[in-house]
Design a protein around this ligand. Structure first.
Ligand code: ZN
Length: 79
């Protein structure tokens, strides 16, 4: 029994140097950091309710460059 535990422990310890972040994992972390940056800069996105045009700015445009809808046709767009 004791022997088995020791064997098991040695196996687990042996796996530790093998642990390193996978490229996928690194990519996911980078994406997460990007998202965090967007939140901390307070990026606001406005969506034209008429044509679906998206404008990333603090305030909605005076009129939609696509369909010329006025600013009150814009709504806050959340991701
Ligand atoms: Zn529009």
């Amino acid at each position: 029994m004791t022997q088995e535990v020791l064997e098991g422990k040695r196996k687990i310890e042996g796996q530790i140097p093998e642990r390193r972040p996978e490229p996928e994992e690194l990519e996911r972390r980078r994406e997460g950091a990007k998202k965090q940056a967007a939140i901390s800069t307070g990026l606001t996105v406005w969506r034209c309710k008429v044509c679906g045009y998206l404008a990333a700015r603090e305030k909605p445009p005076r009129e939609c460059p696509i369909c010329k809808a006025s600013a009150d046709r814009f709504e806050l767009f959340s991701f």
